[in-house]
Write a protein that binds this ligand. Structure first.
Ligand code: SF4
Length: 443
């Protein structure tokens, strides 16, 4: 239950304002509100949380709440003995999911996923690590009670400065129902929920604007749990321009907190160089990425073995001329024909090998492009599955490379497994490319 707020120090652009207490001293709770607080400008990989961009912060004795520049709840954490660790946070995505960032006890989390935090979801994914934080009432409770905390705080501030009052009034209009509605509007604009984001999006903590430039995918693999029924089709430049305009309206004042783009859906590479470059340039201009609070633009998209080998050199030459970094993630899944067949992935092992070779060429040739690849992890696959992958990620390379990450994606969902983690560690040690686990995250 919320303790009533009676003593508040408010900061507006670093100017402290003390507000008059109005409740009995026994219920005093100190609270500080900082409007437009400037966080980090780089998603640096550090062992403590860095909050990037600009946000409003409310700190009380028992909780911390962060709001974006549209006064929508962004992050929350409890304080005190009941909260697991001061480095652990809840984050709300634009898809209106809450994610719990745990430290994972620092036990091998960085080695496994390339980040110091471990994302935990309250929906099913393929995570091998982590527990069930949302079953703890302190954590799940805060995803619900934050609005009541905010309401009581606003009611008990009788002396707030105009900017603080404006912020509170606006934040209160962003009710949980209203935020759910905005998430629906995002899905409606981009043509449906983004069921999976590329693993490379971890480099921006998945804070990106989705833009659908093509629907569906080429292969409709039997094993895949994130595919949809749409056969592959590209959007027109008019449709993409319209989508950008509507996204610009939706993100509005919070646009400066973004400098990353996800080109959807499952095989944007197949849409071709012209459409890809048009979409990136138009989004960069319309979203004002050059003026973002976040340094260095990054774009992410998926490709397939087919679209990668069919992409002409000119696409990569043109991408290299655009500002920022480009991450293209290719689903290869296996380098063994029996395994591909068992997975129901309708491509040949020679295409996988060719795509892998092409990936190395592009990574060697273009400093601002990184092509990464996914393989499946599952102990039920034929015996040659892992040896065939090692043939590519170890034997085919003369020495280790810093670029061209390999992601292993467990086939089964919601089944943390120590045995599979052990297998992953073995593959990581042998691999000559940076190698991580792929935790499927939606938007
Ligand atoms: S793995 Fe990729 S290509 Fe295969 S069905 Fe899923 S999204 Fe489509």
């Amino acid at each position: 239950m919320l303790q009533l707020i009676t003593k508040v120090a408010s900061l507006h652009r670093l100017t402290p304002i003390t507000l008059t207490p109005m409740n009995s001293p026994s219920k005093v709770q100190n609270c500080r509100i900082t409007l437009e607080k400037k966080g980090g400008s780089n998603y640096a990989k550090l062992s403590y949380p860095i909050h990037c961009g600009m946000f409003t912060e409310i700190i009380s004795d028992s909780f911390i709440l962060h709001f974006n520049l549209k006064s929508e709840i962004l992050r929350a954490r409890g304080k005190g003995a009941n909260w697991g660790h001061p480095h652990e946070w809840l984050k709300r995505t634009q898809g209106n999911d809450w994610i719990y960032y745990s430290t994972g006890g620092y036990n091998g989390v960085f080695e496994a996923i390339g980040e110091y935090y471990l994302p935990n979801f309250d929906y099913q994914t393929n995570n091998l690590l982590g527990g069930h934080p949302f079953s703890e009432s302190t954590i799940s409770g805060l995803t619900i009670s934050w609005y009541q905390l905010l309401t009581e705080l606003a009611e008990n501030l009788n002396d707030a400065s105009k900017p603080v009052r404006r912020f509170l009034d606006r934040a209160l209009t962003n009710t949980p129902a209203c935020l759910a509605e905005k998430a629906k509007r995002l899905q409606e604009i981009i043509g449906g929920r983004t069921s999976v984001l590329p693993p490379d999006a971890r480099h921006v903590d998945y804070n990106l604007i989705p833009l659908t430039i093509a629907e569906g995918c080429l292969h409709k693999c039997r094993f895949c749990k994130v595919k949809n029924a749409s056969s592959f089709s590209s959007k027109t430049t008019i449709e993409i321009g319209d989508q950008i305009g509507r996204l610009k309206n939706l993100y509005s004042e919070d646009l400066p907190n973004y400098n990353a783009l996800f080109l959807g859906e499952h095989d944007a590479l197949q849409a071709g160089g012209k459409l890809i470059c048009f979409s990136i340039e138009e989004a960069y201009r319309q979203f004002g990425f050059a003026d973002s609070h976040i340094a260095e633009h990054k774009s992410f998209f998926f490709g397939s073995a087919t679209s990668l080998v069919n992409s002409p050199e000119q696409l990569f030459v043109n991408l290299e001329k655009l500002p920022g970094m480009y991450y293209i993630n290719i689903g290869l899944e296996s380098a063994d024909q029996d395994s591909l067949d068992k997975l129901g992935k309708p491509i040949s092992v020679s295409l996988v090998q060719e795509a892998f070779r092409r990936m190395q060429e592009i990574n060697d040739r273009y400093s601002s492009i990184e092509v990464t690849a996914n393989f499946i992890m599952d102990d039920q696959l034929p015996a040659n599955h892992y040896p065939a992958i090692l043939e590519l990620i170890r034997e085919s390379l003369v020495h280790t490379k810093p670029k061209g990450s390999i992601y292993f994606s467990p086939l089964t969902f919601s089944q943390p497994s120590r045995a599979r983690l052990f297998e992953f560690n073995r593959l990581k040690i042998l691999s000559r490319l940076p190698t991580f686990l792929y935790i499927i995250q939606r938007l």
